[in-house]
Design a protein around this ligand. Sequence first.
Ligand code: HEM
Length: 196
Amino acid sequence: MRKNYIALAALLAALAVACGKKAEKVLETGNAAAGDKGYTYAVTVEKMQFHWRLDGGLLRVKLKAPVQGWLAAGFDPERGMLGSNMMVGYLEGGRAVVTDQHGTDPKLHRKDIDLGGTDDLRETWGRQDAAGTEIGFTLPLETGDKLDKPLRPEAVVLMLAYGTTNEMAKQHVFWGKARLNLRTGAYETTMIRREE
Ligand code: HEM
């Protein structure tokens, strides 16, 4: 009897470990298309586009979505938004406000500079017209900020999200996740949620 209990406990422990490590299901596998001028590649997840170019130790990014609202990308979350390195941008009075943020909880994020970290985004810009919004920034692969894990270009987990207002107080109406090789453009989308 005691042996049975031990065997059952071992089985449950093994299952818990297996479940905790379960890889997210792959929705779509693909190869990135050519990016817009100035960017090597572009991946489209639903209506949102992520264009990028690797320049030595720098990653140049342009986000694009047919919405009048905030756009964001993030890398390498641990659970939900927790632990991710996020870049969030919106237009305010025609001016782009793009900030470096950090996932502080599966459901929360804050600016790096409010967490004792540094804003490592360079060359930030944005544009909004009737067709939608574009946000651009350049990010070092290794920022040196203790809040940011160094990006491994061969294997990043990319998060994309947008809202339909320029206020960050409003949660995303769309988010998506993909495993992505920034060098080759090979990607796998794993999770998508849309509430529009
Ligand atoms: C505007 C403030 C934001 C709020 C209040 C917010 C809130 C939340 C909440 C409550 C969830 C869990 C429920 C759900 O799945 O929808 C979530 C998940 C998520 N958020 Fe946010 N979020 C915000 C901004 C962002 C930003 C800037 C990104 C950057 C890309 C982002 C990416 C994601 C992703 C990818 C998930 C799903 C993660 C997973 O379950 O694996 N969010 N967010």
